[in-house]
Design a protein around this ligand. Structure first.
Ligand code: GLA
Length: 419
């Protein structure tokens, strides 16, 4: 074998399984806000002007994102979901925003959002209608991609309703190419696998080459049942989906519903912790104008966001399950590990979990440093592989921590130094 060939073989062995969509975007899981779960298809601006899908809603969210520290915490994209367009295309066949609810049009809205240092996302559908019955992009992929680029849009959520499943993959690829052809950097958020799973196992290599993130499973609702069903689906498909995630392309378990009505605070902590472990896009769907301070603090928790955005870009997975506990682990840069211990028992009080029962705890041989992040920040100091530490986890709550191994030599030095 020539030296060159050997080098190529070695390189291919070292590189991740699949190539990401090469648009330079989503190198870390996307952070922002998306209207759907909280505001749905509310188009009634006459009687509900504060909550209807209108340019005002996105402008106010953009204002709040800057004013209340969201932007500083890393949240960047303000995203429109379904129900923004007029029911008719214009004379040139282009989508147009509903003129009553978006009097300034999308380009003006994008300018406004950009003036705040944020980015604007929009929504369309691969079929002939969106899920809520607005005009779909089928037959208009290039026109719509160009329209979004002309409006200076930064992200497209492309839904998969109203198209025969056998044509879905082709449609998603065509739109990806159309976006690429515009020359504008537009992050491409897909629902391709979600619409394919009922019929066949999706091709995650192709999906990763086409999209920056992709929904696999049903829409999130504002309930603990919904969060649990997403976690269950993810864990039971982790062998297939985890390897496909990495810089440039991520599995999308749907929006964060923290700050709404359906989750207790412990459950909100569980969603935040597990979404960080899953390297999921952090797209909140809540009302930033009216959010409880505890939820806000949780969504802006720097240590959790750091786990989410870790430069190694590996998705975590469920590593153990039993006695109504689940352990999830995510490998982090610098050989560290993020660990979430979830208490699924919805009766009684806090329950103890022996830390040495974490499968990845072997990195604590001989020693490691543990930082507890949830339920409250606490340096747990140096631990050993035989640590007797017991974590207390509330019902439907999560203990989240980072574990940093201390190498043997370093451990000795540390020991000498401190004794
Ligand atoms: C689908 C998607 C949701 C949302 C709605 C809009 O259900 O999965 O996220 O975009 O359509 O109609």
């Amino acid at each position: 074998m020539s030296k060159m060939l050997l080098l190529l073989v070695l390189l291919s062995l070292l590189s991740p399984a699949a190539e990401a969509l090469d648009n330079g975007l989503a190198l870390k899981p996307t952070m922002g806000w998306l209207h759907w779960e909280r505001f749905m298809c509310n188009t009634d601006c006459d009687t509900d002007p504060d909550n209807c899908i209108s340019e005002r809603l996105y402008m106010q969210m953009a204002d709040m994102m800057v004013k209340d520290g969201w932007k500083e915490a890393g949240y960047e994209y303000v995203c429109i979901d379904d129900c923004w367009p007029s029911h008719q295309r214009d004379a040139q066949g282009r989508l147009q925003a509903d003129p009553k609810r978006f009097p300034g049009g999308i380009k003006k809205l994008a300018d406004y959002v950009h003036s705040k240092g944020l980015k604007l996302g929009i929504y369309a559908d691969v079929g002939d209608k969106t899920c809520a019955g607005y005009p779909g992009s089928l037959g208009y992929y290039e026109t719509d991609a160009q329209t979004f680029a002309d409006w200076d849009v930064d992200l497209l959520k492309f839904d998969g309703c109203n198209l025969k499943w056998t044509l879905i993959g082709d449609g998603y690829i065509k739109m990806s190419n159309a976006l690429n052809k515009t020359g504008r950097s537009i992050l491409y958020s897909c629902e391709w696998p979600l619409y394919e799973w009922d019929f066949q196992k999706p091709n995650y290599t192709a999906i990763r080459e086409t999209c920056n993130h992709w929904r696999n499973f049903a829409d999130v609702f504002d309930s603990w049942d919904s969060i649990k069903s997403i976690l269950d689906w993810t864990a039971s498909h982790q062998d297939i989906i985890v390897p496909s995630a990495g810089p440039g392309g991520w599995n999308d378990p749907d929006m964060l519903v923290i700050g709404n009505f359906g989750l207790s605070h412990d459950q909100q902590e569980s969603q935040m912790a597990l979404w960080a472990i899953m390297a999921a896009p952090l797209l909140m769907s809540n009302d930033l104008r009216d959010i409880c301070p505890r939820s806000k603090k949780l969504l802006q928790n720097r240590q959790i966001i750091e786990i989410s955005q870790d430069p190694l870009g590996k998705q975590g997975y469920r590593s153990a399950k039993g006695n109504s506990f689940e352990v999830w682990e995510r490998p982090l840069s610098k050989n560290r590990l993020a660990v979430a211990v979830l208490n699924l028992q919805e009766i009684g009080g806090p329950r103890g979990f022996a830390i040495s029962g974490i499968p990845g705890w072997k990195i604590c041989d001989p020693q490691c440093n543990v930082t507890l992040i949830l339920p409250q920040y606490k340096e747990m100091g140096v631990q050993t592989k035989d640590s007797k530490l017991i974590l207390k986890v509330n019902p439907s709550g999560t203990a989240l921590m980072t574990v940093t191994p201390i190498s043997h030599n370093f451990g000795k030095l540390y020991w000498k130094h401190t004794n």
